[in-house]
Design a protein around this ligand. Sequence first.
Ligand SMILES: C[S@@+](CC[C@H](N)C(=O)[O-])C[C@H]1O[C@@H](n2cnc3c(N)ncnc32)[C@H](O)[C@@H]1O
Length: 453
Amino acid sequence: MAIVGLWKAGRGHLSYLFIPFAAAFSLFGADREFTPYAGVKAVLPADLRITGGAQWLAWCRRQDGAIRARLDQGDLDSIANFLLLGTSFTKQPRIPMDQMTAASKSGILRARVDDLVAGLRNPGENERLLFAQCLLRRQGIDPEGSRDPRRPGVFLYNNLLRVMNEEIRLGERIAQAQKLMRPDDPASLLNRSSAFRDRGVSLDTGIQPDFLIEQTLRDLKVRGLLREGQIARIAVVGPGLDFIDKNEQYAYDYYPQQTLQPFALYDSLVRLGLAKNDGLSVSILDISSRVIEHIRGARERAAKGAGYVIQLPREVSRPWPPELIAFWKSLGDQVGLAVPPIRPPEIFGGLEVRAVSIRPEVVRACESVDLDIVLERLNLAAGERFDLIVGTNIFVYYDAFQQTLALENAGAMLKPNGLLLTNDRLPEAPGGSMHLAGITVVGNNAVGWYRKQ
Ligand SMILES: C[S@@+](CC[C@H](N)C(=O)[O-])C[C@H]1O[C@@H](n2cnc3c(N)ncnc32)[C@H](O)[C@@H]1O
């Protein structure tokens, strides 16, 4: 056993014990542990000055706290996107980031801030407003009872300003990383230089990464690296929760918050014949209590027979590649039934919309677990380990050493030859258990397949 020992108590562990047993496989009782010191000794950066297991354990605890503290900042970033692009609290036109100056001059920004403050004072049943209200309260801003009535608006403006400044800095970083990408070197497409290493951890998600993963799985099958019916246990690290995207093209708040990746992945695996329709178990590993609770709620409703409805809007005027349109059209057909979609507000003129109700047994096959992939792993018996782990748009939030830790933690939970699929280049630990086995390129994006030795 690891020098650091196992730790069961703490965030999330006790509550997930009470979920009624539903799926064939459950992480019920699985222990979490920090990455063992013995496994990282050789790769520890000198400036950490860690020379023993106890110091390592203390460092892990501090790091874990620091990583989780970034979630609030990510939520505040989402509030800025909500302010600019939300349609559930205002009739004002949406403001893409690059039209901020014009929107400010015309008074549209001011009107949006006023409408959002009014919404925060009277959120009604709007779950995004209710969430934003709680988040602002945690920042010491009470939208309803502030002594200075301008305070909530000023807070929203300042938050927006902070996000805009960060976007400029991130844009420069991403441009630098893109300069190092070469079309003749697919591995360079994975190199995103930890661009989000110091930004708030956001929950943004959408259809694109799920499309990338389906294309990668198809590629792996064609190459004979994955066989029919081979996959039974999978994990999704960081599936996210669609609150409202930062990109205008994918930014919607007219439907309930939703997660897509676990269901899209299940759907893709069945479509490709890589998993059987009734034999898959999906573990969802995340640090966000919003994600964990969202999945738990869906599972509880599924236990009473309710499906999980996903809304799939597509702006027809945007040029999506034909393969992505085909994916959008089929998404969910292996795991659910098409249902009438929620009607989008008038402001979205050219939206084509699908909705799918995911079957309750598929939802019940998904189990969420609180786990920080950078520092933790589940201590699984050999027969319980995963065939496949998927983690997209998550490792870009971490620096090179953190990425190496995450790669080894994923490796510890995989079966021999199991795969981690991700759209980031993760530095391998010398003598470590995980190696980049290949890359699938899809347009300008790439997904690396890291194989457990
Ligand atoms: C930007 S979202 C990506 C969502 C989805 N994978 C996608 O590509 O659309 C990042 C997700 O990773 C989760 N996450 C971030 N850091 C994590 C960590 N250290 N361990 C586990 N989950 C993490 C976040 O809570 C969130 O659910």
